[in-house]
Design a protein around this ligand. Structure first.
Ligand SMILES: *[C@@H]1O[C@H](CO)[C@@H](O)[C@H](O)[C@H]1NC(C)=O
Ligand SMILES: *[C@@H]1O[C@H](CO)[C@@H](O)[C@H](O)[C@H]1NC(C)=O
Ligand SMILES: *[C@@H]1O[C@H](CO)[C@@H](O)[C@H](O)[C@H]1NC(C)=O
Ligand SMILES: *[C@@H]1O[C@H](CO)[C@@H](O)[C@H](O)[C@H]1NC(C)=O
Length: 379
């Protein structure tokens, strides 16, 4: 993917809350009109920064919100359809951030669970750039509008569930803490000293973007730009540098998931805010890293491996499902996976799955489901 030099993403500006502050900001910006329009679009997408205790209490059993970051459609919708079909109505909700203008309907998905579930507003996401975090925040903001949503699961369009709905639901609801992969990697060079003092080096974190939060931390994530005054253009500048270096190293055919602000944003934010005690510092989404890429010592060049049909065999899937702890070598930390004090499998989801790999999961009845032929009538 060619990486064009882009203006800072709208959310890159540390915006103090309040209209006057916004107006002053507008006046200060002697930037091209297109950029101003982007900023304006961003401001419109911000939810009101309601104080947490003002959120209305929710009745009923509570829902898990599945938040999909998609390029356009959802290539694995048939698998999620099977997953939701086994689910219980009223216990989940679906939100999709897709390309602006992309509508999920009968012509674009075979699964009714996705009809009309695209966000009303969307940004054009450049993979590997801060617009991806902006899209993430828009998903959380939309899901937080429904007080029944109590857990928020961020997923990409190549993620698959590994368990049936009821197991997944019970696991997530039984985990009061947010589950956010977060660690300090002393060997990595992405920290920019210019971020100090807002982001001190000891607060700089890294981890998978595929986070799961409760409502409280979801709200903190959404409000972050306003309340914490972090100038995130520093993230972007630094990462822009890394990105360019990698371009030189590897040419233009760069995979999208390499060096990305979304691997730092949420983790670093929660670290700065002293919220790490409210986290289980791990991820629920299994990723297989291809360590054989170029220089094995340069972890920045590792790629997530895409599972193809053969790799999604029952043996491989069961091997992933049996993992109950994760070693964070860089921190000399072993994370034993727990949910509400009980030992549990570490991973509920996995990525990146091709269509064929997802089909393999379905055929094997990964969720104790009907045979795929019966399920695929719409697809
Ligand atoms: C869901 O999966 C769990 C664990 O794999 C299993 O024990 C349970 O029976 C399954 N439930 C349904 C409704 O298929
Ligand atoms: C956590 O476990 C305790 C004791 O086993 C139980 O009473 C409580 O309801 C559980 N909490 C959740 C959120 O499931
Ligand atoms: C954020 O940092 C960038 C890069 O150092 C700088 O150009 C910009 O003026 C800063 N923005 C604010 C609002 O402080
Ligand atoms: C890992 O990367 C190497 C080099 O780019 C490639 O040849 C190999 O096929 C990749 N392996 C997998 C499993 O994707």
């Amino acid at each position: 993917m060619p990486v064009a030099k882009r203006p800072p993403a709208p959310w890159a500006l540390a915006l103090p809350a309040g209209r006057r502050a916004r107006a002053r900001l507008f006046l200060r910006l002697a930037a091209p009109l297109s950029f101003l329009l982007l900023v304006a679009a961003f401001l419109r997408t911000q939810p009101p920064a309601a104080p947490l205790d003002a959120l209305p209490p929710s009745a009923g059993p509570g829902k898990v919100a599945f938040l999909f970051l998609a390029r356009a459609g959802l290539p694995l919708d048939f698998l999620w359809d099977a997953f939701f079909r086994n689910g219980e109505e009223g216990r989940f909700s679906v939100y999709v951030h897709s390309a602006p203008g992309f509508v999920l309907d009968r012509t674009t998905t075979g699964s009714p669970y996705f009809y009309g579930r695209q966000l009303a507003r969307a940004v054009k996401v450049a993979w590997g750039e801060p617009t991806m975090v902006q899209a993430e925040k828009m998903l959380f903001a939309a899901a937080l509008e429904d007080p029944a949503n109590q857990r928020f699961v961020l997923l990409s369009d190549s993620c698959v569930p590994l368990y049936n709905f009821s197991y997944t639901y019970t696991y997530l609801m039984g985990s009061p803490k947010s589950i956010v992969d977060s660690f300090t990697d002393k060997t990595e060079k992405r920290y920019n000293p210019n971020m100090s003092p807002v982001i001190r080096k000891d607060k700089w974190r890294k981890g998978s973007q595929m986070v799961v939060t409760n409502a409280l931390l979801g709200q903190k994530l959404v409000n972050a730009c306003y309340s914490y005054g972090i100038n995130f253009s520093l993230f972007q500048r630094r990462l822009g540098f890394v990105f360019r270096r990698k371009q030189i190293l590897k040419g233009a055919a760069q995979e999208e998931h390499d060096c990305i602000p979304d691997e730092h944003y949420v983790q670093t934010l929660f670290s700065i805010k002293g919220l790490e005690d409210e986290l289980e510092r791990r991820t629920l989404t299994y990723t297989s890293w291809n360590q054989s890429t170029l220089d094995p010592k340069d972890k920045m060049t590792w790629h997530p491996t895409t599972f193809e049909y053969d790799a999604a065999s029952p043996e491989q899937i069961n091997a992933i499902k049996s993992i109950d702890h994760v070693n964070y070598e860089v921190e000399h930390r072993t994370e034993w996976c727990q949910s509400n004090g009980t030992s549990v499998p570490c991973f509920l989801f996995a990525r990146k799955f091709s269509y064929g790999a997802a089909m393999h999961l379905l055929e094997d009845g990964a969720f104790g489901l009907l045979k795929s032929a019966q399920l695929l009538v719409n697809f």
